[in-house]
Design a protein around this ligand. Structure first.
Ligand SMILES: Cc1cc2nc3c(=O)[nH]c(=O)nc-3n(C[C@H](O)[C@H](O)[C@H](O)COP(=O)(O)OP(=O)(O)OC[C@H]3O[C@@H](n4cnc5c(N)ncnc54)[C@H](O)[C@@H]3O)c2cc1C
Length: 404
């Protein structure tokens, strides 16, 4: 139960059509079923199958590879709509989107031809993996290594952490240290395209040496699995170094940081989506619930909450779209992507909390949707760089751009 709010938005005809199509899909298929999959913490297979049919796994993949060939701005609009329904659904496509971005920007022709057509249809899904048990923000501190063997293959060893889609994916873009003595350390890092069997915990045959431990139990963001990955003598052929050995060895950190820039726009869009849903729920509930003889929406204190929520959402949406448009125009958007991620994820958390407060005791009941949003929203403060890390990025970029 929510009130539909028409957000101010400048959209092309294609963007309007696709956004409306996704919104209808969300209203009919995701929102009514999210509670079930959330409570069961089970993968929403039927929803994902429909997303494949709608082409949502290939939104940004060029048409020549079977995708829609749309830009980051349109993708961000789609992610906002999906996240309005349930952020776990956007989590199913998020790492896939980052993987396809890495291939499109840095992949060899052979890598693009091999992976992109199957990724565009969703036949195979992608994960990406930087984090380790002891390392998240400080990416240069990773310990996993890859060493070239005499047969030309790379042997990968190490433990990865928090891999979204870690079990169901068929391909993981993973960052490894290929030169542990490099100074600065980022120059000794390489991204490998590691293939695996989807939904298999202990890989064998050509994928032997890749183990997926049981999924991590989480407070929210259910349905989509987050796992560790153990690389234990996994053999990766040289043609699966992202960009090829000559161009790719030692470039992994730079490639991954580039991908995180678009990933941050994506998380920002998720923040706008969850905040939008919180506003819709708050508008509905506050007009239904009565205290002191009138709907609580008629109390000025509640109206001020609604006003602040709507205002912050508009600001977060605009900065998110600005960051996406800059990237689409081929300009640097690291500063704007950092701002968008910071503002939109904090807005998501704040709006969800205000909606929770407006629901009074019922907000604490599993009967109401806001309870799920309350468990989901904090993730956005953490993934793709915490708010503290975004502030560091923004501060550093400001001083670079406006150096006296
Ligand atoms: C559900 C979920 C899904 C995830 N999915 C993925 C995934 O698919 N792939 C992947 O690679 N990773 C993934 N992650 C990992 C995520 O990117 C990291 O959790 C995140 O980057 C933070 O790292 P950390 O948890 O190690 O925290 P830490 O880096 O240990 O930080 C701890 C705290 O210290 C703060 N901090 C750290 N450094 C500084 C500093 N210099 N100045 C000020 N404050 C600082 C942080 O902001 C934070 O508050 C996921 C995480 C979660 C929870």
């Amino acid at each position: 139960m929510a009130v539909d709010t028409a957000a101010y938005s400048e959209q092309t005809d294609i963007q309007r059509d696709i956004t409306e199509m996704v919104r209808q899909f969300v209203d009919e298929q995701i929102i009514p079923n999210a509670e079930h999959y959330d409570h069961e913490d089970s993968f929403p297979e039927p929803i994902v199958e429909q997303m494949k049919e709608l082409g949502l796994f290939g939104v940004t993949i060029p048409e020549e590879y079977g995708g829609m060939g749309l830009d980051l701005t349109t993708y961000a609009m789609i992610v906002e709509e999906l996240s309005r329904g349930w952020i776990s659904i956007s989590g199913v496509v998020n790492t896939h989107f980052i993987g396809s971005y890495l291939l499109m920007k840095f992949g060899t022709d052979e890598q693009k031809n091999h992976f992109l057509p199957k990724m565009a249809t969703g036949e195979i899904r992608a994960a990406f993996s930087l984090s380790e048990p002891e390392v998240g923000s400080d990416v240069q501190g990773i310990k996993s290594t890859a060493k070239k063997g005499e047969d030309g293959k790379w042997e990968l060893n190490g433990q990865k952490m928090w891999v979204t889609n870690g079990l169901g994916s068929s391909v993981v873009f993973v960052l490894m240290k290929t030169d542990t003595k490099a100074e600065p350390p980022y120059k000794g890092m390489t991204c490998f395209i590691t293939e695996k069997e989807p939904w298999v915990e202990t890989n064998s045959g050509e994928y032997e040496g890749l183990i997926v431990p049981p999924k991590i139990k989480k407070m929210g963001y259910k349905g989509v699995e987050s796992t560790e990955l153990v690389y234990d003598g996994y053999r990766c052929p040289p043609e699966r170094v992202l960009g090829g050995e000559e161009a790719g060895v030692g470039q992994g950190f730079v490639q991954m940081m580039d991908a995180l820039e678009v990933g941050r726009v994506n998380v920002a869009a998720r923040g706008v989506g969850i905040a939008q849903r919180a506003l819709e729920l708050a508008l509905r509930y506050s007009q239904e619930r009565k205290t002191f003889g009138k709907p609580i929406a008629q109390h000025q204190a509640i109206q001020f909450k609604l006003a602040d929520m709507a205002t912050k959402i508009e600001a977060a949406r605009l900065v998110t779209r600005k960051a996406a448009r800059l990237k689409d125009a081929g300009e640097r958007s690291d500063l704007e992507a950092g701002m968008a991620k910071l503002l939109a994820s904090e807005t998501g958390k704040e709006c969800v909390e205000e909606c929770f407060r407006i629901h009074g005791g019922y907000g604490y009941s599993k009967e109401y949707e806001i309870e799920r949003l309350y468990r989901d929203a904090p993730l956005l403060l953490i993934g793709e760089g915490t708010s503290e890390i975004q502030r560091m990025v923004i501060g550093k970029k400001l001083l670079q751009r406006y150096k006296i």
